[in-house]
Design a protein around this ligand. Structure first.
Ligand SMILES: NC(=O)c1ccc[n+]([C@@H]2O[C@H](COP(=O)([O-])OP(=O)(O)OC[C@H]3O[C@@H](n4cnc5c(N)ncnc54)[C@H](OP(=O)(O)O)[C@@H]3O)[C@@H](O)[C@H]2O)c1
Length: 347
């Protein structure tokens, strides 16, 4: 068994990692931290995991972390993560950082969107943890920057179009709707039940959401030209899941069947990306919640010349903890889907 640790185990992504790791046959959770619940057993702090292991949560301690685990998942807010992840990395530990702290390669871009980086030299060492683009690099990586949840849903929806140069690069629109757990467990007034329930709102529109720089970095890397994305996130009154609608202008007239076939071929060997046929229902959140799947439905609007792609995933699984376990599986040579073969609850 490979011993792993979770720094920030009591947040939404940390708890989801605990849940997934309970059934992982090759990884053992040997260390887990929390400031608020240190000294208490995981099974007491997370009652939904009533028969989970009795590992006791502790305050983060570098020496303990280094001796307890071979791999550390760091699930802290951005900015809090960079020094801890860097120190673990420098002590020879393998690290999967779920925050935004190592996702951007250019320190100037990082400081523009997030403020000063204390470990800028590590930005070029980190591998962006999206197996559908960087599988081999992840397998050899010591520091993996796990992608943001919106970026996973948007990038996976656009890869086939950009690799084949089929759409204009200055007018792509990504319109995303996310469940509230995407904002983390820390209470905030706009996330309270009366504000969110039976309501629906946009936020951080018109080029102001921090995930834009991450998406543009990766999309530009695919086609080797700058891509400018219009991204509009929304808050859905559900606890988890992201549904993104992509709109892109086709450069030529398209056959819709060939478009779906292109997506099917690109993702045929991918264990966690599924492409819906023209005859299948459009994907919805209940098709993916609790699973590591991203489901895509590419369609072509002949009338307007626009490609429309629907992309759904669970922000806490394929958008965070499940993807992190997929990355761990690659790093340690386990089967890529080990511990991740769940079906969703339906309805
Ligand atoms: N939520 C998502 O859907 C999602 C998806 C992809 C990526 N992410 C990223 O993953 C990271 C974790 O997200 P989350 O949603 O799990 O956040 P969260 O629910 O707010 O949890 C944060 C965790 O970090 C600990 N923590 C908070 N501030 C800390 C500090 N200053 N020093 C040390 N520990 C601290 C908290 O526990 P204690 O207070 O008990 O220590 C908690 O365990 C974030 O960077 C987020 O952007 C989140």
């Amino acid at each position: 068994m490979t011993r792993v640790g979770i720094i920030g185990a009591t947040g939404y992504t940390g708890m989801e990692l605990v849940r997934i790791l309970q059934n992982h046959p090759k990884a053992e959770l040997a260390y887990a931290t929390s400031r608020r619940w240190s000294g208490q057993a995981i099974c007491d702090v997370m009652p939904h995991l009533y028969n989970a292991q009795e590992l006791v949560l502790s305050e983060f301690d570098m020496k303990e972390a280094v001796s307890a685990a071979e791999l550390l998942f760091v699930c802290l807010p951005h900015g809090e993560s960079m020094n801890i992840s860097a120190d673990l990395y420098k002590k020879g530990k393998r690290v999967i950082d779920l925050s935004a702290d190592f996702r951007l390669r250019d320190p100037e871009v990082f400081s523009k969107w997030y403020g000063e980086h204390t470990q800028p030299e590590l930005l070029s060492e980190a591998v962006y943890g999206l197996p559908e683009l960087y599988r081999e690099e992840i397998a050899d990586a010591t520091l993996v920057a796990n992608p943001g949840c919106y970026p996973v849903s948007v990038i996976l929806a656009l890869i086939p179009l950009l690799e084949e140069g089929l759409v204009g690069l200055d007018s792509i629109v990504a319109d995303s709707k996310s469940g509230v757990s995407g904002a983390g467990r820390e209470p905030k007034p706009n996330l309270h039940f009366p504000e969110v329930y039976s309501n629906f709102s946009a936020y951080s529109i018109a080029g102001t959401h921090r995930h834009i720089c991450e998406m543009e970095q990766e999309l530009g890397g695919i086609c080797q030209i700058d891509v400018k994305l219009t991204f509009t996130p929304h808050l859905l009154p559900v606890s988890r899941g992201i549904l993104t609608s992509i709109y892109a202008s086709s450069l030529d007239d398209m056959d819709e069947g060939s478009l779906v076939e292109l997506y099917r071929k690109r993702y045929l060997a991918e264990p966690f990306v599924t492409v819906r046929d023209l005859s299948a229902p459009l994907p919805c959140l209940k098709d993916v919640c609790g699973t590591n799947q991203c489901i895509l439905a590419p369609r072509y609007d002949k009338r307007t010349g626009k490609v429309v792609v629907i992309s759904v995933l669970d922000n806490l699984v394929k958008g965070a903890a499940g993807l992190a376990v997929q990355n761990m599986n690659l790093m340690f040579g386990f089967g890529e889907d080990v511990g991740l073969a769940d079906f969703p609850l339906y309805p």
